[in-house]
Design a protein around this ligand. Structure first.
Ligand SMILES: Cc1ncc(COP(=O)(O)O)c(C=O)c1O
Length: 466
């Protein structure tokens, strides 16, 4: 630990009256109060979500100001977002890109994107149903249908919107969505869009699903079980076959989000279906993002041909009421799939990096939650300030990993999340593990302080007060 870091830790402790961890009731981190001033353009100033967001942002800024650490949020890379980036004039080893195979800067992918822009322009310039159906969409949809061994697929301009729109279309009042507790926000948004009941399933637990459906399936008309292939928070794999088996017995459909699975799982990177050797029709909808390993932007679904056709013709936000994905984005995915097949060493390097990094972190005694040593690596650092400090201190030493705080994950499981790519080197991974271990010895002495509106309350101003 450097003298500068010792000083920062001292100042953080001073923020708690100089008490050592565990010896005093933690005080909220001082935060500049948010004063609600209603009036023209200020109608939302006392909205609880606005107040909460502003308090949290102010507390983080205050932590940064009081410690002199670099701000870890909204970091701006000056070039490609891969294993190494330049930002703020310096080079960083980066763990915050889900460009797992670094396809986003592959020369063949860039050439394909450029060629598509030259041929079709930079935009589809229309919804698909009205003159926006460029031929590249069909080419990619056939590839995705082959990958998932299903009747058809549909590509869209956003992974988030795909999840929200497809669930919003399929479910409605009287139906239920059974959502894994770690399901992505886009999946939860879909259930809100649908106006159905949402029930939370204990993470990745087929027995819990069985118990839940046994007691409550009869209360609902249609039911959809929503899980992920490769969980983006814990880096564990969805127990698709067991969950689908239970779901089938209770007459439920299944949707699997493949956002972090396509390009990552399976001997050829073709996702969860390939990884587990599953029949494509074991689940009803394979949904996913083209923005992760595929190095592009957009989303997709794959499933039964009639169902996909119905969604294509009737689901708002999929092919209707929204422009088709950009030609360059779709061409990039087509080229990326070719690179995946032609350069299998990328996938091999990604996985050997995952094994090496997880082993190094475990040697230091770190808590990797449910990690299955995949390229998504969580390191649990409970406490918002602790996790925030760890991310900022790591960044100061030249390593960028995101701090994930509640409500994205349950309070008490705050973490640093490392996305690995095929291009991290052994030296990157080992030095990162060593630095993090050193930083965590400081973190142990930082009290677990809350962020958010409670902080404003402690300092005499209830949230929303004018
Ligand atoms: C599991 C999961 N699903 C869906 C999405 C949304 O994908 P996109 O970024 O393409 O909108 C994300 C994005 O982070 C994700 O992690």
């Amino acid at each position: 630990m450097s003298e500068a870091e010792r000083d920062i830790a001292r100042r953080l402790l001073a923020g708690n009256g100089g008490a050592a961890a565990g010896t005093a009731r933690p005080q909220a981190i001082p935060v500049r109060p948010v004063r609600a001033r209603r009036g023209r353009g200020k109608q939302f100033a006392d909205h609880p979500a606005v107040v909460d967001a502003l308090c949290k942002q102010a507390a983080i800024q205050q932590l940064i100001d009081s410690t002199g650490l670099p701000h870890p949020l909204y970091l701006s890379p000056e070039g490609y977002n891969g294993a190494v980036i330049r930002s703020g004039g310096r080079e960083l080893v980066n763990y915050s890109s889900y460009n797992y195979l670094e396809l986003a800067q592959h020369s063949r992918v860039i050439a394909a994107a450029n060629a598509a822009a030259a041929q079709y322009g930079t935009s589809a310039s229309a919804t698909r149903i009205v003159t926006g159906e460029i031929p590249l969409y069909g080419q990619l949809e056939r590839r995705l249908a082959e990958i998932y061994q299903v009747g058809d697929a549909l590509v869209t301009s956003s992974g988030f919107l795909t999840n929200a729109a497809v669930i919003g279309f399929l479910l409605g009042e009287g139906d239920v969505a059974v959502c894994d507790s770690l399901a992505h926000a886009s999946l939860v948004a879909g259930t809100q869009w649908a106006g159905c009941r949402r029930v939370t399933l204990r993470h990745n637990d087929p027995e819990a699903l069985e118990a839940l459906l046994r007691t409550s399936r009869h209360q609902f008309d249609r039911a959809l079980v929503i899980i992920e292939g490769h969980y983006s928070m814990d880096g564990d794999l969805g127990r698709i076959a067991e969950i689908a088996e239970v779901a089938r017995r209770y007459d439920c459909a299944v949707l699997v989000d493949e956002a972090h699975a396509l390009g990552v799982l399976g001997p050829n990177g073709l996702g969860s279906r390939e990884h587990f050797g599953l029949p494509g029709d074991l689940v009803d909808i394979w949904a996913g993002s083209l923005s992760k390993a595929m190095g592009s932007t957009g989303g997709f679904i794959a499933g039964d041909a009639d169902l996909v056709r119905a969604i294509k013709y009737a689901a708002p936000g999929m092919a209707l009421y929204t422009a088709g994905p950009s030609p360059s984005n779709v061409a990039a995915v087509l080229a990326g799939l070719d690179v995946l097949a032609d350069e299998p060493d990328r996938l091999a390097r990604l996985w050997s990096n995952a094994r090496l990094f997880c082993a190094a972190l475990r040697e230091h005694g770190m808590n990797l939650a449910d990690s299955e040593s995949t390229p998504i690596v969580p390191v649990i650092v409970p406490g918002e300030i602790r996790a925030g400090y760890a991310a900022a201190a790591l960044l100061q030493r030249g390593y960028n990993a995101g701090a994930i705080l509640s409500p994205v994950i349950p309070a008490g499981t705050e973490r640093l999340r490392f996305f690995l790519t095929s291009e991290h080197t052994e030296s990157h991974l080992r030095t990162t593990a060593d630095h993090l271990a050193d930083i965590l010895t400081i973190v142990d002495h930082i009290p677990d302080l809350p962020l958010g509106p409670e902080s404003a309350t402690v300092h005499g101003l209830p949230p929303g007060a004018t």
